[in-house]
Ligand binder design. Structure first.
Ligand SMILES: [Zn+2]
Length: 125
């Protein structure tokens, strides 16, 4: 019998952070492909031999945008892609002033008043 393929939502952000602020995803034992949120089947080689993996809590801001219209939360707010120190790229909230946003900024994941978000580690070591 084939198990159903239950895929997590790839659009979920770092709200899924667990274990004291670390990002927990999966890593394919066969090819090494990392994923967050965790997946049950490797997107690269389709193997189902995956293990849980905890990723770095800091990295480099690859790209970002500032949202000015939302029916779900106060605006403006920023979201961005962060290249974690161990190679995984994740989408997450940015707790950085829109005026201070810049690509290649070093960021660190922290729990703040609005929940888990990446903060600039260059201005707040
Ligand atoms: Zn794989």
């Amino acid at each position: 019998m084939v198990e159903p393929w239950i895929e997590t939502n790839p659009h979920e952000s770092v709200a899924l952070v667990r274990r004291e602020g670390r990002i927990v995803g999966s890593c394919c034992v066969e090819c090494g492909q990392a994923a967050f949120p965790p997946v049950r089947v490797c997107r690269n080689c389709r193997a189902s031999n995956l293990e849980e993996r905890t990723f770095a809590d800091h990295g480099n801001l690859y790209s970002y945008t500032v949202v000015h219209v939302s029916s779900a939360r106060a605006v403006p707010y920023a979201v961005g892609y962060v290249d974690l120190a161990d190679g995984l790229r994740v989408l997450g909230d940015l707790d950085i002033s829109p005026d201070a946003l810049a690509c290649d900024t070093q960021v660190r994941l922290r729990n703040g008043p609005t929940g888990w978000a990446f903060h600039s580690s260059e201005t707040n070591p």
